[in-house]
Design a protein. Structure first.
Length: 124
């Protein structure tokens, strides 16, 4: 994975984590009803997205941050399923897009996997 790719996935999670605070109500809205502490979970996941994004950029913490972001990506997957199962609550997105998001989570996890394996070489 190139340095540019590493920077892109880090930026993705940095902006995603920050958006948890800027658009908190939107993130609370997608939380499955069976989970409690919606606001707190949104805050925690936002903080960990930001920490993971920064951790990917630091060679010493890259592997740990990568595994953490993969675990976080799996942990938030129920919110994506909740959105797909309740499209009437998310009229700003098409039903197709709500379902397309589900396999995209696997792509994000794959990108994290490659990013956490980046090692600086003479040419990068």
């Amino acid at each position: 994975m190139s340095k540019v790719s590493l920077l892109i996935i880090s930026l993705f999670f940095l902006l995603g984590g920050a958006s948890h605070f800027v658009f908190m109500e939107s993130f609370i809205k997608i939380m499955p009803s069976y989970l409690g502490f919606h606001k707190e979970l949104v805050i925690v996941s936002g903080v960990f997205e930001i920490l993971g994004a920064i951790g990917l950029l630091i060679p010493r913490t890259r592997l740990f941050a990568g595994y953490g972001l993969m675990a976080l990506s799996m942990a938030v997957f129920p919110a994506n399923i909740n959105m797909a199962l309740h499209p009437e609550l998310f009229s700003d997105m098409s039903v197709t897009m709500l379902y397309v998001r589900l396999p995209l989570q696997l792509l994000i996890i794959a990108l994290i996997w490659f990013a956490m394996r980046y090692k600086k070489t003479q040419t990068s």
